[in-house]
Design a protein around this ligand. Sequence first.
Ligand code: ZN
Length: 672
Amino acid sequence: MRLPALRPLPLGAVRPRGWLLAQLRLQADGLTGRLEQVWPDVGSASGWLGGPGESWERGPYYLDGLVPLAWLLDDAALQRRARRWVEWTLASQQPDGFFGPAVNRDWWPRVVMLGVLEQYHAATGDERVPAFVERFLRHLATHLDQRPFDMWAVARGGEYLAPILATRARTAAPWLADLAERVLAGSTDWSALYRAWPYPRPAARLGWGRVLRHYLPWHARVEGWARRVRPARRTRARSAQSVRRANAAGPLVFYHGTHGVNHAMALRVPAYRAELLDDPAPLADADLAVARLRHDHGSVLGLPTADEHLAGRSPVHGIELCAVVETMRSLEELVRVSGEGRWADLLERVAFNALPAALAPDLCSHQYYQQVTQVEVTRRRRPWFNGGTDGTLFGLEPGYGCCTANMHQGWPRLAASAVQTCADGGLVLVTLLPCTAGTQVAGRRLGIEVDTDYPFGRDVIVTVSAPDGPVEVPLRVRVPGWADNATVTVVGRPIDDPVLEAGFAVLHRRWADGDTVRLHLPMPVRAERAPLADTPEPEDGTVLLRGPLVLALALREQWTALPGPGPLPDWEVRSADRWNVALCADAVAEPGRLEVSEGAVAAVPFSHDQPAVAVRVPAREVPGWRLRHGCAGPVPDLSAEPLGPARPVRLVPYGSTALRVAVFPTVACPQA
Ligand SMILES: [Zn+2]
């Protein structure tokens, strides 16, 4: 074994506590718990329940979050609901191994459902699943040449490596290696794309009329936009030759090669390839992907802008919620396979900022696109590649319904992967979330209880349980890369110079019941540079952060429900507050001296009304910095502007805002 891979605990072995439990409960009482009642696409007419309705990716997407949520919360009602879908799916398998709704034979939604079934198996041990997955993979091996990956399955074919690896771990069947090679050969070679890197510019500048001609007919047929007018009809498979011809056609290569969610998912393919070869070498491709995207399309949230296609560095371009949750999943796979804590640093950046910001505090609505600098959430067209007029509204299905179905995996998968084990059997705190987790080492039970308000608070306290007697195995606790002067205390004794291996403090001890570890993370406010405004070559402005949290200007929000027929309204959000401010340069030159107020974490952890953290910073109004197309426009020349007097403004966690400025110009402020 050349990889230092981590091993996930069975689903349900990590139990959320504290604010994480509150967050998951909000989700269960919000969109995830209500979705089948309020959204016909996953209602009882779904093709994945045998009905005539939506039969493509939406059922599997929804289940991919419902299953881990139901078992993390040990919620019998949600588990019952999930089982209905799983049972239909298991019963749908034909003698040749194929499964799913009969109206399409698309490979793409089926690999999402295989991921659902693997999670279900991890939670329940249902022995029908491994045989089911293996039969389907044999079907894929037999039919892939005649029915090559088409459209989304080409861009996302690497997803098939996950069930192949899971099956290989169970059976060691030699034919799986050959299938893995054919899967990679039949799907987009993302590593080659990042090496050649044809997309350094925003995709919108390339136009997309030609793309539509290739794309829409396929979509209308397979995904079934037509189903809104008539029930889904069985679609005829195209010939292998015509599929291959279409896959090679320039417009489709461009469409899929610039699609933000595809990039988010492609990020985990190197992890799967490394696992396949038991060799860390392919992981370098993930670094290349991150470097390319960050350089040309990066945002301060740890993932690129893409609305829905790569959109450059402007902070007013959109970031799709699907891209947020798929980036998180990729980073979870990268930290698992590489054993490197730095991927979890990036994961926390996305999870504690971009994810909560796209969800309404009550988890009953979400945004399709969020903007890093977002000063009004209104129904209007914005300068994006696509997204209609409702791309930033909070709602049930703003923009397009993929995120309505796919968002559910974000928090649950993060929680389920928070604690894992290492090759030596010891527990590893991967993300610093409040939870309990347990495993067995040489027949003895070893558990931990993690108490923390992190990322809002600075202390992580781990209490060990060893009810069968002491257990001698290392405990690994991640120390984030941004954390200078972190301290670790084991049973009251400070560890002066904790040994860090790949970002984890490795604590060797014969652990006894009741032993404690305290990780203290000083969190002085710090500054980063990020693109400031919507100009073709944006200048960098200043972003302030505290720990993993991006800080944003809090604006008092006025939420207005829009009239509509649905059971859950769409919302516009506006503010009368001034958003156009420049921070005082002297204050942000020494950000560690800024005054931070830390409050209790509210029942809604990313509350907009009672944010857990606030920072006061002196700033001056810039009257000439104005709205343009519903977005913050270019920043005027501050030296030629009449500026307001210096006054303190309040910054709060980015995830606690629906309206905000997160990247600021700076300006000299006269001494008070
Ligand atoms: Zn989406």
